[in-house]
Structures are given as structure tokens and as C-alpha cells.
Design a protein around this ligand. Structure first.
Ligand code: PLP
Length: 365
């Protein structure tokens, strides 16, 4: 029997290798400082800040994940229990779980049909007793930081951008808070981790305190109850090694995305509007109406190609998220959900792999 074609997985983490970590691990050995805001964590935060905006670096506080960073940000805003937080209905579940765990109520809004994002225009329409907005940089497509700054200035509503997968793409505006993920599958991956970036130092100080149980130093007194969401020195070592290779890895991701785009341009399938020069961790297409996504997935699987539906079901349709309220009819999100197919995208892919994926997809469309 002849072997089938090589499997093309959906995502393959691209983390720094052991040799690149050694110099940082030796520093940990000699300092004997393993966590609690040690020298590598501080250095990593400073390097992230410069990478985000070399001209006007924002403040950065690291966290154990993007989800904990989102939760801490809402807590640091001091929202009252049961406050309503507007978010897109088409997003990863963590956006909503963070809101619930911060004692707030998610209010799911529709998304823009082109960018698939919750925009300030949608938030303005949905506005009803909203204490904060949590727009998402969905699939790495950046939110318009200036537009959200204007929204914040006009309405007085705080904005926390869930930019989990948008490192390299998402700007930090003058008012809004940006939270990113450093999960292994992200373009800057350290296994588990995340960070909060903002320009309000008092806010960031509170996020840091809350990531350390809420302890105020030097008194040792807890003001607001926090959690343990600190990043260890070992994760910071990975982060510093990952940042050192970032320009090269970003270049590879840009090239792969350009290759995909040129092939997918031949299809009728709709795609998300997002900047071509972005650094992405996910490649999606929206299947035409009437095409059965599950049937496409199983045909790809038969060709040894992994794919996934993103994000299905919508946030309010998950049984565990049923406290979510809904703003409007969610028409665009409902039409997109179930039709968005994630295709293999990772730095181990070759041009031939991309051609194989696109050829297999074209047979289904
Ligand atoms: C939109 C969004 N928010 C939050 C998260 C959670 O990030 P983390 O795994 O770092 O908690 C993800 C993870 O992929 C995400 O896509």
C-alpha cells in the first residue's frame, strides 16, 4: 500500500529552542530569583514595551495568560459587580469567561461584515448601560486604536482591547488598554503567558498588585482581592529568546500569508479584511452560503489536512456562557459563524503545503 500524503497540521508552535534559552537560564541560576517580578520579567516587559512602540513605549505588565490579563484589567478598572461589558459575539470563549470571572455580565454584540470585528460604530449603536467595552482583534486583525480613543473620550467608557493574537499588529492608543497572549500557538509564544499594555501607570500598578493577590507593598495589606497571575523568570527567559528571533519569524509569517493570499484570491470564498503587512497566526476563509463546513472539513481530513471551524457557536450560544446578554440581532456574526474555516498556518509550512491545502479546498468550492 502506498502511504498517503504527509499530514498538514492546523497549528504548529514555533518556540525558541533550548540552546537559545541557556544564557537566560544561567542568569536565573546565578541570581536565584525564580518569580515575583524578577530581573528577567522586568527586562522582558521593557523589551515588549519597546517592540510595541519604539517611539512612545507604553507601560507593560506581564501576566500568566491573556485571559488573566483581561480579568485583571476589568478588576483594575474597579467596575461594580454585575457591570455590563460589551464584547463581540464572534470571538474565542476566553473573552467572555474573563468578563464573567471578573464579576461582570458579558453583552454580546454583532461584528462588521468586512473586518469581522466589533467596531466603535457597532458599540455606539449597542450602547445601553454599558460599563466597559472589550473589542477583540479577531484572528490578529488590529482594532483601530485611534477610533477607540475617540470612542473612550466621547463616551467616558473604558475600552479593553482583547488583542490576544495580534502581537506585531495592534497599536496601543492613548486611552485604551491592550491585552495580548503569549500562548505557544501565538506568533510570539512562550508556552503560557500574556501581558497588559497601557499608558496609564496608576492603572498598570493596580493590575500588577492584582496579579500578586492584591497585596499592597510595603504594607502587605490587601486592598482589592486579586489572584496569582505572575509570570515566572523561566517564562520571561523564553520571552526574551522569542523576542530576539521575532524579526525573522515575523518575516516568515508575512511571506506565508502573502503566498496564501495570492492562491486564495482565485477563490470565490470571502475573506476577512485585514492589513496585508500584518503578522498572523491564523489563516481563515469564509465558505460560501450553503456549503457544508463539516463536509469540507472531512474532505480536507481525507486529504490529510487539518482544519477547524472558528468561532462556532457564538458566545451567547455556549451553555456555560448563558448569562451573556445580547445586543441586537447579531445578523453578521450569525451569518459568519459556522462558515469560517481555519486552514493550516504555521512557520513549518512549505509553499507546496499551501498549494496542497488550496487545491484540496478548491475541489470543495
Ligand atoms: C480572542 C482571544 N482572547 C483570549 C485568548 C486567550 O489567550 P490565553 O490562552 O493567553 O489566555 C485567546 C486565545 O487564543 C483568543 O484568541
Amino acid at each position: 500500500m502506498t502511504p498517503g500524503p504527509r499530514r498538514i497540521p492546523l497549528l504548529v508552535p514555533d518556540m525558541p529552542q533550548a540552546d537559545a534559552l541557556l544564557p537566560y537560564l544561567r542568569r536565573i541560576d546565578s541570581a536565584r530569583w525564580y518569580t515575583n517580578f524578577g530581573p528577567l520579567v522586568r527586562e522582558f516587559e521593557a523589551a515588549l514595551s519597546l517592540a510595541l512602540d519604539p517611539d512612545k513605549p507604553p507601560g507593560v505588565v506581564s501576566a500568566s495568560s491573556c485571559t488573566s490579563g483581561l480579568e485583571l484589567s476589568l478588576l483594575a478598572l474597579g467596575l461594580p459587580a454585575g457591570a455590563r461589558v460589551l464584547l463581540p459575539s464572534l470571538t474565542f470563549v476566553a473573552t467572555a469567561t474573563a468578563v464573567l470571572r471578573a464579576g461582570c455580565i458579558p453583552v454580546a454584540a454583532d461584528v462588521d461584515p468586512e473586518s469581522w470585528l466589533l467596531t466603535p460604530a457597532i458599540a455606539r449603536e449597542a450602547q445601553r448601560d454599558i460599563a466597559a467595552v472589550m473589542p477583540v482583534a479577531t484572528f490578529g486583525a488590529p482594532q483601530d486604536a485611534d477610533a477607540w480613543d475617540r470612542f473612550g473620550a466621547e463616551t467616558g467608557t473604558p475600552v479593553v482591547i482583547d488583542a490576544a493574537g495580534a502581537f506585531g499588529n495592534q497599536a496601543v492608543g492613548s486611552r485604551s488598554i491592550v491585552v495580548m497572549s503569549l500562548h505557544a500557538t501565538k506568533s510570539l509564544g512562550i508556552g503560557e503567558g500574556g501581558f497588559v499594555a497601557a499608558r496609564d501607570q496608576a492603572f498598570l500598578d493596580e493590575v500588577r498588585r492584582l496579579s500578586n493577590f492584591g497585596i499592597r507593598l510595603p504594607s502587605g495589606i490587601v486592598g482589592a482581592a486579586g489572584t496569582n497571575a505572575k509570570l515566572s523568570e523561566y517564562h520571561a527567559a523564553l520571552g526574551l529568546a522569542a523576542l530576539a528571533r521575532w524579526p525573522e519569524r515575523a518575516r516568515i509569517r508575512r511571506e506565508l500569508a502573502a503566498r496564501y493570499r495570492s492562491m486564495l484570491d482565485r477563490f470565490k470564498a470571502q475573506r476577512q479584511r485585514r492589513p496585508d503587512e500584518g503578522v498572523y497566526t491564523i489563516m481563515t476563509v469564509c465558505l460560501p452560503d450553503g456549503v457544508d463546513a463539516l463536509a469540507v472539513m472531512s474532505s480536507l481530513e481525507a486529504a490529510n489536512i487539518e482544519s477547524r471551524r472558528w468561532y462556532h457557536p457564538l458566545i451567547p450560544d455556549h451553555p456555560g456562557l448563558r448569562r451573556t446578554e445580547v445586543a441586537g440581532d447579531l445578523a453578521c456574526a450569525r451569518s459568519l459563524s459556522g462558515r469560517i474555516l481555519g486552514l493550516p498556518f504555521h512557520t513549518a509550512m512549505t509553499e507546496e503545503d499551501i498549494e496542497r491545502v488550496c487545491a484540496a479546498l478548491s475541489r470543495e468550492l
